[in-house]
Design a protein around this ligand. Structure first.
Ligand code: ZN
Ligand code: ZN
Length: 347
């Protein structure tokens, strides 16, 4: 990114308390000579920023395994204790700072060490934590009273629905009904957006109204970010994202009258015995009318002990369970409802 600049991180000497030492330029405290403690590097306030000019970035520092001192990525031996840096890992870097919440928050050597301690604890916890074991579900249930209650409710609901016992049921009576919708071609009122008004619409009256919303570009949202480079410097960069705003799209909302087929009346027939056989009602279609959807229903009523039950079934099944015949069917022990699909002739 073009708008990027490198600055020195700061550190405080913990032996002589000299504050605001430079992360890259002061590898040792200029006051007492103590080596830099890389765990105390922090981001400076804007007025304390020191730019890094013409110093190539060679990578994050390596932390000496012997004395923890930070060493340039290109170093072979620790500048502090002379130990070999072979196998030394990179120093821990600070979390990226953002000024999105109105300026960069205050930072300090203490915040740096706190952050590093938290990070180490999190890493250790992640390493020590065993793969999620199934045994975790049980303590959760015991610990979470709400979960236990929900579990109990689910179990009770299942028992209510599924605990059934076969009961002998006797057919007591039959009932059937058949209906035919009769539709008429009639003027109806409706409304639609202008482009969707049907052909043949009359009395069309339109008014302007918001039809939809467009997302249109509305400049940019920018904020600054500071990224710890791990070599005693950080990079400050401007991050921008396009912004959008909602813009109403106007249209013409129209009300109108149009002729359509609509249900005008219902022809129905019903009976309460097997004979005469069910028949469709006469519709007596008049001019400007037509037949619509047909519906039919066949009900068998039973007695089971002192209880009355009923089943809606297909017509052929309905016609083949005579009054007085005995059947076997699962009946809910708690719900008392009959399982009509599992009805069997008794014996
Ligand atoms: Zn010092
Ligand atoms: Zn060392």
């Amino acid at each position: 990114m073009a708008d990027e600049k490198r600055y020195e991180m700061l550190w405080d000497c913990s032996r002589c308390d000299t504050p605001k030492l430079l992360g890259m330029s002061h590898r040792n405290c200029p006051n007492c000579g103590s080596p830099q403690d890389q765990t105390r590097r922090y981001f400076p306030k804007d007025e304390d920023k020191v730019a890094v000019e013409d110093h190539p970035f060679v990578g994050a520092d390596k932390a000496c395994k012997g004395c923890d001192a930070p060493n340039a990525a290109s170093a072979q031996f620790c500048v502090c204790c002379g130990a070999s840096l072979e196998g030394a890992g990179p120093v821990v870097v600070r979390a990226t700072q953002s000024d999105q919440t109105g300026g960069f928050g205050a930072d300090s050597a203490k915040a740096a060490t706190d952050e590093q301690r938290t990070q180490k604890l999190a890493d250790r916890a992640a390493k020590d934590a065993p793969a999620p074991a199934p045994s975790r579900a049980l303590p959760m249930l015991a610990g979470g009273g709400i979960l236990a209650i929900i579990g109990l409710v689910v179990v009770l609901a299942l028992v209510f629905v599924f605990w059934k016992k076969d009961a002998a049921v006797t057919v007591s009576s039959h009932a059937w009904s058949r209906e035919i919708a009769v539709e008429a071609f009639k003027p109806v009122s409706d409304s639609a957006w202008k482009e969707s008004v049907p052909a043949g619409a009359r009395d069309v009256a339109c008014v302007a109204a918001q039809q939809s919303t467009n997302k249109v570009p509305d400049g940019q949202d920018c904020h600054k970010e500071r990224k710890d480079n791990g070599d005693g410097t950080f990079t400050e960069a401007q991050k921008c994202e396009p912004k959008f705003k909602d813009e109403p799209v106007m249209g013409q909302k129209c009300s109108f009258t149009v002729d359509r087929w609509v249900q005008a009346r219902t022809a129905s027939a019903a009976g309460t015995s097997l004979t005469p056989a069910p028949a469709w009602p006469a519709t007596n279609i008049a001019a400007g009318e037509r037949e619509g959807a047909r519906t039919e229903k066949y009900t068998v009523n039973f007695t089971a002990g002192t209880k009355s039950l009923s089943c809606d079934v297909a017509q052929d099944k309905w016609a083949n369970v005579p009054d007085g015949s005995t059947w076997k069917a699962p009946v809910g022990v708690l719900s008392g409802s009959i399982d009509c699909t599992a009805m069997q002739p008794a014996g």
